[in-house]
Design a binder for this molecule. Structure first.
Ligand SMILES: Nc1ncnc2c1ncn2[C@@H]1O[C@H](COP(=O)(O)OP(=O)(O)OP(=O)(O)O)[C@@H](O)[C@H]1O
Ligand SMILES: [Mg+2]
Length: 238
């Protein structure tokens, strides 16, 4: 049960949107997803409240540093993927969640190229590697990209991050009405009405490609995820 967290110390980078897109796509593909809403603003919890039950998705709210490990341990047997949505901060819960993650996704707004918040998370990952011997896989995902700037932004940021050895996903998350709409109406891209939401097909395509690329980053055979290493749960998918 890999743990994928979404982190960027800067507010509004697109963490919650990207986390929800990944969660709903994985659930659509039949995986059992537990979203840990570790943001006191509770955006994903609110999405869950307006959505009602969504097949294959559980949302855990009111998470603390102390309770995070308990949630992972208790829900591991019925979870294929944990997705943790973090606040735009660099605090104890962000550090704890990152330390428990198999992969950290760092959303960065492609057009604004404001990567300072991302750099703080990269520094934290370096710190965990140097001081705690925790080498946590991580990737930057460009968000809110418009087709006009995709290539230029992607190339520029890839170049900047390559120097630090950071992977940037080939699939940026576009600026799309449908992604906003999920938080207004609840549900998933697969339950929204194409007659009411413009370019829903493109949004589905984009979210599907994003989820596919993230899945491709996971180990093919998951023998010991971060949670199992820490709690000795020993799920063996081999
Ligand atoms: N790909 C996108 N297309 C359209 N709107 C987007 C997209 N990504 C984010 N937004 C909008 O930008 C705003 C901030 O996005 P989001 O809440 O996902 O960021 P965040 O990093 O989780 O913010 P916070 O740090 O406050 O938790 C929201 O209003 C959201 O609807
Ligand atoms: Mg958020």
């Amino acid at each position: 049960m890999p743990v994928i967290s979404f982190a960027n110390a800067k507010g509004g980078a697109g963490k919650t949107t990207a986390a929800l897109l990944l969660a709903t796509e994985l659930a659509h593909q039949g995986f059992r997803v537990t979203v840990i809403d570790a943001d006191p603003q509770r955006w994903i919890s609110q999405w869950c409240e307006i959505s009602g039950p969504v097949r294959n998705i559980d949302v855990v709210s009111e998470v603390t540093v102390a309770s995070l490990q308990c949630h992972l341990r208790e829900l591991a047997p019925r979870t294929d993927y944990f997705i943790i949505d973090l606040a735009g901060a660099r605090d104890a819960i962000v550090t704890t969640a990152i330390g428990l993650s198999d992969h950290v996704m760092i959303p960065v707004q492609g057009s604004a190229m404001d990567a300072k918040g991302a750099a703080q998370i990269l520094d934290l990952l370096s710190f965990l590697k140097d001081k705690a011997n925790l080498d946590i896989a991580h990737s930057v995902v460009l968000t809110r990209v418009t087709s006009m700037v995709t290539t230029k932004a992607l190339l520029t940021i890839k170049g900047l991050l390559a120097a630090r050895g950071v992977n940037v996903l080939d699939t940026p998350i576009g600026e799309r009405i449908a992604f906003k709409e999920l938080f207004e109406t609840g549900g998933t891209l697969h339950t929204l009405d194409p007659a009411k939401v413009s370019n829903l097909d493109k949004a589905r395509e984009n979210a599907g490609a994003f989820a596919k690329e993230v899945l491709g980053l996971m180990p093919v055979k998951i023998t010991r995820s971060a949670a199992s290493r820490l709690f000795g749960l020993g799920r063996n998918a081999a």
